[in-house]
Design a protein. Structure first.
Length: 245
């Protein structure tokens, strides 16, 4: 009589999938652009900095919005532009007054940086902002994200952006596993942000990415049930425990 032997085999663990894969396929990029732009045309917020292509106004809004909620920025943005409508007006104002005007937005390094950028723009570029990334990033206070925002929103360039909201959306849709805040992932997500940019409608597309991350694909409770990207989202259905810091 043959004894029954176990049919279980010792299994090697499946190889860990790399945290960072390649870029989205052309078809996936196309679907993403179409769905996101459709959503934005129906649900995008009506905000005053979306009605301008003036590099100064774009820069003011981007610096004010760093780590600050839209509803806190709105009144200050309008007050600021009333008082300092151009780089020339801002550069001519005393820095102490500029810092007081900024109150109560906080992070007071921001008005001082904005003031220094205005002075440099006046002294070196006739009160304008240059339209190339390298020169923009030579200004203290203009990093990769702000340069991309100015290039795409003010100059209509095909320039990617990656702030916290955009990184969250791109990570969830195109990656879905791994550490979303690691340096390697950040580099990868910059590549994804560049890859998904459309040839046209760059202004709307980048605004849509930011709006979508701020209102639908939010950090804690993303609205997956009404999300137009759910069918292509690598994270759907979202599980907060699976998203590592
Ligand atoms: S399905 Fe959920 S996690 Fe994925 S993009 Fe939409 S809101 Fe974000």
């Amino acid at each position: 009589m043959r004894t029954k032997t176990s049919t279980k085999r010792s299994r090697k663990p499946a190889p860990a999938r790399p945290a960072v894969d390649g870029l989205p396929s052309p078809a996936a990029r196309q679907r993403f652009r179409r769905r996101l732009l459709d959503w934005y045309r129906r649900h995008g917020r009506d905000l005053p900095w979306r009605e301008t292509r003036d590099p100064y106004r774009v820069l003011v809004s981007e610096i004010m919005l760093q780590q600050t909620q839209v509803d806190r920025v709105l009144p200050k943005y309008l007050e600021w532009l009333d008082k300092y409508p151009t780089f020339h007006a801002l550069a001519a104002a005393p820095v102490d007054e500029v810092t007081r005007t900024w109150y109560p937005l906080g992070y007071n390094v921001r008005p001082r940086r904005l003031h220094a950028i205005a002075r440099e723009a006046v002294e070196r570029y006739g009160g304008e902002l240059p339209a190339d990334e390298t020169t923009l990033r030579s200004f203290k206070g203009i990093g990769a994200y702000t340069a991309g925002a100015v290039l795409s929103f003010a100059f209509g360039r095909r320039a990617p952006i990656l702030d916290t909201n955009v990184a969250r959306v791109l990570f969830r849709v195109f990656v879905g596993r791994g550490a979303p805040k690691s340096h390697a992932m950040r580099r990868h997500l910059w590549g994804v942000s560049r890859a998904v940019l459309p040839a046209r409608h760059v202004f709307d597309f980048n605004q849509a990415l930011m709006d979508f991350g701020a209102t639908v694909c939010v950090a804690r409770k993303p609205q997956c049930l009404i999300c137009p990207l759910a069918r292509q989202c690598a994270t759907y259905p979202f599980n907060p425990d699976a998203e590592r810091a």
